[in-house]
Write a protein of this length. Structure first.
Length: 164
């Protein structure tokens, strides 16, 4: 709320330089703001009495928008990349998949490694867990296991994240 929108009887006023001007009526506070050619802005409406500040409202809005934009710029959205393996994968193929996962993790993404079972491969699920363990071991220098190997239907999954 700014200027005439402030309907409270008393407000705690902060001056344009940040100094406390004390508790006064909203009308007197608005008069002081007008004398300084600035706006009276309610910055803490839940306080008793509400806190108002004498500032240039346009500049205040601009600064808030700039800070919000800066905060958004620094945010990092982590994606979950999926790498699919089969139980009868060869060592060289596994190394290729490990290198792909290494690139994803270095970029800051998480990697979900899925071991898919088809047909008769379902009978040898327990011995195939070793493949996921080897995969995690090869990336242990830069990654940690966030979710251990878990069997879900016809696939076994493990989630790797960046080491902090």
């Amino acid at each position: 709320m700014i200027n005439e929108q402030i309907r409270d009887k008393e407000v705690r006023l902060i001056g344009e330089n940040g100094e406390q001007l004390g508790v006064m009526s909203a009308r007197d506070a608005l008069k002081l703001a007008r004398e300084a050619d600035l706006d009276l802005v309610k910055i803490a409406p839940t306080a008793k009495p509400p806190v108002c500040k004498i500032i240039d409202y346009g500049k205040y809005r601009y600064d808030l928008a700039r800070k919000e934009k800066e905060a958004r710029k620094k945010q990092r959205i982590t994606e979950v990349k999926e790498i699919r393996l089969s139980p009868n994968i060869d060592d060289n193929d596994l190394n290729t998949k490990v290198n792909a996962a290494r690139k994803f993790i270095e970029k800051g993404d998480k990697v979900k490694v899925t071991l898919r079972f088809r047909g008769r491969e379902m009978a040898h699920m327990s011995s195939s867990k070793v493949i996921l363990d080897v995969f995690a071991e090869k990336l242990s220098d830069i990654a940690v296991v966030e979710k251990p190997a878990k069997l879900e239907g016809r696939s076994m999954q493990i989630v790797l994240g960046e080491k902090r």
